[in-house]
Unconditional design. Structure first.
Length: 277
C-alpha cells in the first residue's frame, strides 16, 4: 500500500478550529478526533458518508471535548470500535459530565447531549491494524490536557504519519488552562527526539508540519510562562490589567493567529502552577 490518503475536516473558530482526520483505505474509513459542536459534528458525519465506505474505527487523542464530543454521532447504531489509550479513556470518563455542565449553557443546542466513551483501551505501544494500516498508540500523560496521547500510523512501504492531537498547535494560540505546563514542556522535549524522523505531524489545530512544530510550541510555552511569571510576581492569579498585558504580548509573539481568547483563559492556571514552584 502507498502513502495514506487522509482527508481533513476543520471547524470554524466557533468550534476552535479543531481538525478531524479521515483516513481512507480501500475498504473503509477511520476517523481521528471528532470535533466540538453539533453543527461541525454533523458536517463531519456527512464527510464520512460522502466517501461511501464503512466507518471502521474512531481514535481519540486526548481528553478534551473538541476531540471526543462527536464520537456518539459517528458511531450511534453501529458496531464501530472507539480507540483511546487507557489514560485518555479514564480522563474522558472523569471530565465529560463536568465539561457538559460548564459549557452546555454557553453553547446551548450546539453541545452534544450524549457522550460516547472509548470502547477499546490501548496500552502504551500497543498496535491496532485496520485495513492494512498499523496504528501504534503512545501514552504521553498530562501535558496540554489531563491525559494526552498520539497515534503513529503507517502502511507497509508508505511513510508514517503521527496524529499528535494537541501536543503541539500550529499557528494557533493553545489551550493552557489545565495547568500542566512543566509536564507539557517535558513531553515536547521527549517528542522532539521520539518523532524526529516523522516528516508529517498532523496536529489537532493548524496545518500539518514536521518535527519543528514541537520546537515552536516549546518556544511559545516558555515565553507565555515567563510573561505570566513576571506579571503575577508570585501570585497564583493575574488581575484584569495583567491579563490584558499578557494578551498584548502573546498576540505580538504569534500575530494574526486565531483563538486569541485562549491567551487569557489559561493565565490563572499557569500562574497557579508557577506559584507552587
Amino acid at each position: 500500500m502507498s502513502d495514506l490518503t487522509i482527508h481533513t475536516y476543520t471547524a470554524a473558530e466557533a468550534g476552535l478550529n479543531v481538525n478531524s482526520y479521515l483516513v481512507e483505505t480501500p475498504d473503509g474509513v477511520v476517523v481521528v478526533d471528532t470535533n466540538l459542536l453539533n453543527s461541525d459534528i454533523a458536517a463531519l458525519v456527512t464527510r464520512v458518508a460522502a466517501l461511501r465506505k464503512p466507518l471502521l474505527g474512531v481514535f481519540v487523542t486526548h481528553a478534551h471535548p473538541d476531540h471526543f464530543n462527536g464520537v456518539n454521532a459517528l458511531v450511534d447504531g453501529q458496531d464501530v470500535p472507539v480507540y483511546a489509550t487507557s489514560g485518555v479513556a479514564s480522563a474522558i470518563r472523569e471530565i465529560a459530565d463536568a465539561k457538559r455542565a460548564q459549557w452546555g449553557p454557553v453553547y446551548g443546542e450546539e453541545w452534544p447531549a450524549v457522550t460516547a466513551y472509548p470502547t477499546v483501551e490501548l496500552a502504551d505501544g500497543q498496535q491496532v491494524v485496520i485495513d492494512g494500516v498499523t496504528y501504534t498508540a503512545r501514552e504521553v500523560g498530562p501535558a496540554e490536557s489531563h491525559a494526552d496521547s498520539y497515534f503513529l500510523a503507517r502502511t507497509e512501504g508508505g511513510k508514517p504519519v503521527a496524529f499528535i492531537g494537541d501536543l503541539a498547535f500550529h499557528g494557533v494560540h493553545p489551550y493552557t488552562a489545565d495547568g500542566h505546563g512543566a509536564l507539557w514542556l517535558d513531553a515536547l522535549d521527549a517528542l522532539s527526539a521520539e518523532l524526529a524522523e516523522i516528516t508529517r505531524l498532523l496536529p489537532g489545530h493548524g496545518t500539518p508540519a514536521g518535527p519543528e512544530l514541537f520546537t515552536a510550541q516549546r518556544q511559545y510555552l516558555l515565553y507565555y510562562r515567563e510573561v505570566v511569571r513576571h506579571l503575577a510576581d508570585g501570585a497564583p492569579a493575574l488581575d484584569d490589567a495583567a491579563k490584558a498585558e499578557l494578551d498584548r504580548r502573546l498576540q505580538a509573539f504569534l500575530p494574526c493567529a486565531p483563538l486569541t481568547w485562549m491567551i487569557g483563559l489559561g493565565a490563572d492556571a499557569v500562574a497557579a502552577e508557577l506559584a507552587k514552584g
